[in-house]
Ligand binder design. Structure first.
Ligand SMILES: Cc1ncc(COP(=O)(O)O)c(C=O)c1O
Length: 481
């Protein structure tokens, strides 16, 4: 055992040194992996080794085969999708959680994991200005948080679906879920998984800022009820994936409250910004919601995965999922057994990394990084606005900017391909990675700022590369104009 622990110490030191170098030198890696499909597979043997291999051999292959196949999400110039960070302190917490190998399914299977989850989510709730009526629970992703919330919404209808199921039930009305074309697809996938069916997922029109039209929502719900259908849930988004638009929570909550429809708020990306007093408004109206999701793994500097679901009615969530096998019955009362509140039994000790992050930054530290990201986003938007051949494509209240290059005389039809060509050329440099989306059917480019180590120089380099490659890939019509 002594020998093994000595080995562990040496190896951990080596991994620690590697991680420390990685943080220092991240910018030397190409952000987007340059691998071709199959490169990693071809470099690996077809079968598992029969005999033990040395740490040196494994680590050498990690560096030789795995690292080149990594797209560096933790790179300060990763600007695609929603940029994220694994802050170094939280990597240490992950190592500790791995060593403890806790399965926090029951309170007694790790009281500290359960209680730390309650405490950290209580802190976070207060930081967000949410009422204490909400209780929190950690899942892996917003997709699972959203699915779980919709399952509770279905259970809240009192249709006894938990026991009797959906099939062969002429008494059941069609269950309806309301969202917009900008709602993240996990809500529709949850509707598929819960037997609601895609035909009952209703897309409410948006205003010109890509936010849900609450009056259209009210009219649609009323029309559905008049046809004998049963509204199950309205999914509102704070910070849509494409453009970070926010649906008007106050007006939507007025609609759902009056009609007794479950309101789910997906604030996966933008929710953390509500810890800034000047962005509290993002969650205005959320206190009337039934469930709210935000992802600390998107914008609170903990590594993937950690998503938080706040629900108003925890006993209902428990009723939705709880089935306790004899061998899991424990004598403690008044404790939370988190296995009762979702599909999974086993659970990682995720709260540890959130606790490390909250303590190492403090609320003020977290606020200052978020403010820095938002300021960088606003500065980038000003640079874009100042150039006549570039246009801003959507409002940008936070740290994501949508834009496109529009040279004079370029036809609409060519602009999509032109902007994709610019993006591909910029990404091929390996210096930065950005992604695109479609707004009003048109391709727009997106820069999402969210890595805790991103500097103004990083954003400036992305902008410089965009300008350079836009010049090099002008659409045919504008050449020579
Ligand atoms: C608004 C929004 N909701 C939900 C999700 C899904 O997140 P997750 O990967 O945690 O399931 C995303 C992903 O980017 C998102 O942007």
């Amino acid at each position: 055992v002594t020998r093994e622990t000595d080995d562990f110490r040496t190896r951990f030191d080596r991994v620690g040194a590697w991680i420390s170098d990685y943080y220092r030198e991240t910018r030397t890696y190409p952000v987007l992996s340059r691998n071709a499909p199959g490169d990693v597979t071809r470099a690996l043997p077809a079968q598992a080794p029969q005999d033990p291999e040395s740490f040196d051999a494994i680590f050498a292959d990690f560096e030789r085969i795995i690292v080149p196949g990594i797209t560096h999400w933790n790179h300060p110039r990763f600007f695609a999708y929603f940029a994220i960070s694994a802050a170094p302190i939280t990597v240490l917490a992950e190592a500790l959680a791995g060593a403890l190998d806790v399965n926090a399914m029951l309170w007694r299977t790790s009281p500290a994991a359960t209680e730390l989850e309650e405490v950290t989510l209580g802190w976070l709730r207060e930081m967000l200005g949410l009422p204490s009526a909400f209780s929190g629970i950690i899942y892996d992703t917003a997709s699972i948080s959203g699915f779980t919330a919709l399952a509770a919404a279905r259970e809240s209808l009192g249709l006894d679906i938990r026991t009797r199921g959906l099939a062969g039930r002429p008494d059941l009305p069609a269950l309806r879920v309301y969202l917009t074309e900008h709602t993240h697809s996990h809500i529709e996938r949850a509707a598929i998984a819960l037997g609601v069916g895609r035909d009952n997922v209703v897309k409410i029109p948006c205003d010109r800022n890509y936010a849900m039209d609450a009056r259209a929502l009210a009219a649609r719900i009323d029309a559905d009820v008049a046809r004998g259908m049963r509204p199950m849930c309205v999914a509102a988004t704070v910070g849509t994936t494409s453009s970070t638009a926010s649906d008007p929570l106050g007006a939507i909550a007025a609609v759902t409250r009056q009609r007794h429809v479950w309101l789910h708020v997906d604030a996966a990306y933008a929710g953390p910004a509500a810890i800034l007093p000047e962005f509290r408004w993002l969650l205005d109206g959320a206190s009337a919601a039934d469930s709210i999701v935000l992802n600390p793994h998107k914008w609170l500097f903990v590594p993937i995965d950690l998503s938080v679901l706040y629900v108003r009615d925890m006993p209902l969530l428990r009723r939705t999922f709880s089935l306790v096998a004899d061998y899991l019955i424990t004598p403690e009362s008044g404790v939370r057994n988190y296995m009762d509140y979702g599909l999974q039994l086993g659970r990682r000790f995720r709260a540890l990394k959130l606790w490390f992050a909250m303590r190492a930054y403090g609320v003020r530290g977290l606020q200052s990084v978020l403010r820095h990201h938002i300021a960088l986003g606003q500065e980038l938007a000003r640079w874009i606005q100042a150039e006549p051949q570039w246009e801003i494509a959507a409002p940008h209240p936070l740290s994501v900017v949508c834009f496109r290059h529009r040279p004079p005389d370029a036809g609409d039809a060519d602009l999509d391909a032109h902007n994709v060509a610019i993006m591909d050329a910029v990404n091929a440099t390996g210096e930065v990675y950005l992604s695109h989306t479609k707004l009003d059917g048109r391709v727009v480019l997106r820069i999402a700022i969210g890595n805790e180590r991103t500097t103004r120089d990083d954003v400036a380099l992305a902008w410089e590369l965009l300008r350079k490659h836009a010049g090099a890939s002008a659409p045919a019509q504008s050449v020579g104009s």
